[in-house]
Design a protein around this ligand. Structure first.
Ligand SMILES: [Zn+2]
Length: 295
């Protein structure tokens, strides 16, 4: 789907994926504690090998950003784990040294050219490149960007004492507060729209203030940047299966079903944050659940 330029068209929007990592990483029972071995086995015919590695017995997880270009602006949706971050509670993202900025440059975007950064939520794998280490200090990676944060999301993390945020401990301090202190943040509410083409929509459940970004390409072409509403396509046939990282299980299920229903009804493209290749897809109704159509 991605051309040699790295971009594909979503109506009038140009979209590119910038990868930080993609590997067989998660034991299914860790990612989806409620997914039985039998239920997983029933789907292996299409999950392997892009979404599940049967040799390793691990789910494939990509961590990537989406670059979206409107007529006027260059926007980054989610910023992966970032380099040099102290994440002892989550070794896969601890002290990374990965060429994510080079991959951003490969799709023609220098840090100075990013106009807006949008984070679907403030988990460690969605805010890392918000900042980088310069002379021992965390500074915004994108010096000319406005960073749009969900107000509800920020308030919920801000209300939790340091030391009580499990794998997200230290994340607000090194990847969000330096942006606010630099005067580059803007808090947004449900319905906030950028360039008439990207709309922030409240989709709480995975986290308290999680949002998805609706990309309106015009002429009925819509893409949904769904963040962590789903982590792996196995949740399409099993929409009630939450990740072990979802904060409000009932709300996460309800939101997932609502988004899948809409995507199936209108043939929207899903652009999640962690699906393995080809990283995007559509869905159709299949009885009480849904079927995934990659690409
Ligand atoms: Zn995530």
């Amino acid at each position: 789907m991605q051309s040699t330029s790295g971009y594909f068209q979503l109506g009038e929007l140009r979209v590119a994926r910038v990868e930080e990592s993609c590997q067989a990483a998660f034991p299914p029972e860790v990612m989806f504690p409620d997914l039985s071995v039998e239920a997983l086995q029933r789907q292996l015919g299409w999950l392997a090998p892009n979404y599940y590695d049967p040799q390793a017995g691990l789910l494939v997880a990509s961590i990537h950003s989406w670059v979206v270009r409107t007529r006027h602006h260059t926007i980054l949706i989610d910023t992966c784990g970032g380099n040099d971050k102290e994440r002892p509670a989550f070794p896969a993202l601890h002290q990374l040294d990965l060429p994510w900025l080079d991959r951003l440059a490969a799709v023609g975007v220098a840090p100075e050219q990013v106009d807006f950064v949008m984070c679907t939520h403030l988990h460690l794998d969605h805010v890392g490149w918000n900042t980088r280490l310069r002379d021992g200090r965390w500074v915004p990676t994108f010096p000319n960007a406005k960073y749009l944060f969900s107000r509800d999301e920020y308030d919920s993390w801000n209300g939790m004492p340091v030391g009580s945020r499990a794998v997200n401990d230290g994340v607000i301090e090194d990847s969000v507060l330096p942006v606010i202190e630099a005067g580059q943040s803007q808090f947004v509410e449900n319905g906030y729209t950028l360039d008439d083409m990207l709309t922030v929509e409240a989709t709480p459940g995975h986290t308290a203030g999680h949002v998805m970004i609706r990309g309106n390409g015009g002429a009925g072409v819509t893409g949904l940047f769904t963040g962590d509403i789903m982590h792996n396509p196995v949740q399409v046939p099993y929409p009630d299966i939450n990740s072990g990282f979802c904060q409000d299980p009932a709300q996460a299920r309800a939101v997932r079903r609502r988004v899948l229903n809409e995507a199936a009804e209108h043939n929207h493209l899903l652009l999640p944050a962690h699906f393995g290749p080809p990283h995007v897809g559509r869905v159709r109704r299949d009885g009480e659940a849904f079927a995934f159509i990659p690409g």
